[in-house]
Design a protein around this ligand. Structure first.
Ligand code: EPZ
Length: 423
């Protein structure tokens, strides 16, 4: 249980300029990929967030030499001292992306033992497609107790994913990067972080083609050299800030983002009546009139991202009319809306569909974050509500948003921490 809660006094339109940090989901993939190198790698623009800290702990436990400069957003990894292929459960359950250690260790050393991954509780989240890809490349994979062990020389092969999986695609790319011969991944995920990982692997001398389409071809290399690489800005943080600006009827310019990654969200905001203007690497969001209700269906990239469904559905609770939100990726991603009922939100939830009847006012109430994006959604709810919202378990938010409280305060938000009383 977190030792503090967040207090937000809502009703203040966010105004001003802000910036986006490096991508969480790209950083966790690229950090794991440094293990594949035979030389030192330097990663730039990493966000200073809990998930990055956990992976650094894991790299150090494996024997890598790691220098982390959070203020410079820089991580230097020398993987030459790695002397273990085991990530124990106590480490792996601290985050979801610990499963990338399977692909990276298997790719480099032909063996890996990794405890089951943890991460946000948003559904069952099986890893069968990851394991299927490892097996196709020649690994013998066992799931016993709370760990997965995989062993075998990686040999390139074709893998047809039964469903689109970001983690499965990335893990297969990691395992294939040093495999003997060619690997072809069909029905691959097309998310920006898949492309970023491909670019990083290519910068180390790998040959990855087709990332960003549904067919990725990887020619494995015997050796991979060191690289200095800058990770892309966080698509989901950009979207969260865009929604926060719109939801508070504010006017915010978000610098350092990639507007083309935001097209599905931008289209929905425009449909709601929000003004969105794209610049080269910035987006301005402002509300010029009331918001109309819209329907959302989450899909793989380039569709509407599940990670923005929660912030977006929080905003829709105050749109004019009824919105239907269908969550197709994860089973259990509406817990924030259940919490928001206490703030006056009118919501019906039927399995993976939420029907939201917009209300003219939300009011502050105590609510609990149950996962990272639920936490972000509740922050947005608090910013919209009249009165004071207390958010319990805000530590989830730190796992994925760098300095979010400071960024929001700089835009005028009244958000602060308060220690929890003992007992
Ligand atoms: C990644 O999770 C992200 N996490 C998630 O970010 C994001 O919500 C998700 O992709 C979808 O975009 C990281 O990048 C670390 P998937 P991942 O494999 O890889 C099912 C956030 O808030 N599936 O694309 O776990 C799975 O259960 C988060 O930042 C299988 O059935 O997602 C889900 O229903 C949370 N078998 C769907 O596929 C498998 O082997 C998509 O999952 C793998 C997945």
């Amino acid at each position: 249980m977190d030792s503090y809660k967040l207090l937000i006094t809502g009703g203040i339109p966010l105004m001003g300029e802000t910036y986006v940090s490096g991508g969480k989901n790209t950083s966790v993939a690229v950090i794991a990929a440094t293990l594949l190198s035979d030389e030192i790698c330097v990663l730039e623009n990493l966000p200073d967030i809990e998930d990055v800290h956990v992976l650094i702990d894991i790299l150090r436990d494996l024997g890598a030499q790691v220098e982390y400069q959070p203020e410079a957003r820089r991580l230097t990894v020398d993987p030459r001292g790695v002397n273990s292929c085991k990530v124990p459960y106590r480490q792996s359950q601290r985050m979801r992306a610990s499963y990338y250690m399977l692909g990276a260790l298997l790719g480099k050393f032909g063996q890996a033992e990794v405890g089951y991954p943890g991460g946000c509780s948003i559904g069952a989240r099986p890893v069968d497609q990851h394991l299927k890809a490892f097996r196709a490349m020649g690994a013998e994979v066992k799931e016993r107790g709370a760990k997965i062990t995989a062993k075998g020389k990686m040999v390139g092969n074709s893998v047809v994913f039964d469903r689109i999986t970001v983690g499965g695609t990335i893990n297969a790319m990691l395992a294939a990067a040093r495999a003997e011969g060619n690997t072809v991944l069909y029905n691959a995920a097309r998310e920006p972080h898949v492309v970023d990982l491909a670019n990083f692997l290519n910068s180390m001398g790998c040959r990855v083609k087709g990332a960003g389409t549904d067919t990725i071809r990887i020619t494995g290399q015997k050796k991979l050299h060191g690289s200095t690489y800058t990770v892309i800005p966080d698509q989901i943080e950009t979207g969260t800030l865009m929604i926060a600006a719109a939801a508070t009827r504010g006017d915010v310019v978000i610098h350092g983002c990639i507007p083309t990654h935001m097209e599905s969200l931008t289209a929905k905001l425009l449909e709601m009546g929000v003004a969105v203007s794209d610049m080269d690497d910035a987006i301005r969001v402002r509300t010029v009139r009331g918001h109309r209700a819209v329907n959302i269906k989450t899909q793989e990239y380039p569709g509407f991202p599940t990670d923005l469904q929660q912030p977006m559905s929080a905003m829709l609770t105050r749109a004019s009319g009824d919105s239907v939100v269908i969550e197709t990726i994860f089973e259990s991603r509406f817990k924030h809306l259940m919490e928001m009922r206490r703030m006056g939100a009118q919501v019906q939830i039927l399995d993976q569909t939420a029907i939201i009847q917009g209300v003219s006012e939300l009011y502050g109430a105590p609510v609990t974050a149950t996962d990272l994006r639920a936490g972000a959604a509740l922050v947005i709810a608090g910013l919209m509500a009249n009165g004071v919202t207390e958010i319990y378990e805000p530590g989830y938010i730190e796992r994925g948003y760098e300095h979010i409280e400071e960024k929001l305060r700089a835009l005028g938000a009244d958000i602060r921490r308060e220690p929890l009383e003992e007992g």
